[in-house]
Design a protein. Structure first.
Length: 149
């Protein structure tokens, strides 16, 4: 017998838009991770030797944080589309993975300098972070409304 205290709301139209767009966005991050980790020559040919050495020299904990960041985003987006409340902890993991990766890239190493300096790498990382946090906030709100269960 179903628990009568649990209410399930109809999925709002924007859930599908946010879910699909976030899945495409996070899949691009996943592709970047896979292509970098597999050292795909075609994908990596636009980077300098110093940049390649930087990427390929990541410590295991950074690779793990990056994997959690992109994996959390991809799985969080899929779970959002399936209306599952587990999307929230996956988006939390994604944001935490981003924070750790950015800490390494911009604080613990000369990653900003290696990536060419200037504002572009910071703006891109900031945009990724803001989108990740907004997805987390969105998923939490949908879970509170009973859309995600």
């Amino acid at each position: 017998m179903a628990d009568s205290t649990v209410q399930s709301s109809k999925a709002p139209w924007h859930l599908w838009i946010v879910g699909v767009v976030s899945l495409l966005w996070n899949s691009a991050g996943g592709l970047d991770f896979v292509m970098t980790q597999t050292r795909n020559a075609t994908y990596m040919k636009s980077f300098t030797t110093a940049q390649l050495e930087f990427f390929y020299g990541f410590p295991v904990w950074v690779v793990g944080a990056w994997a959690i960041g992109v994996g959390g985003g991809v799985f969080g987006s899929v779970l959002l589309l399936f209306r599952r409340g587990l999307a929230v902890p996956f988006f939390v993991a994604s944001v935490l993975g981003m924070i750790l990766t950015d800490l390494y890239d911009f604080v613990l190493t000369d990653g900003l300098k290696i990536m060419g300096g200037g504002a572009k790498p910071l703006i891109l990382s900031g945009l990724i972070f803001v989108i990740g946090v907004r997805l987390l906030i969105y998923a939490r709100a949908q879970r509170r409304r009973g859309v995600l269960h």
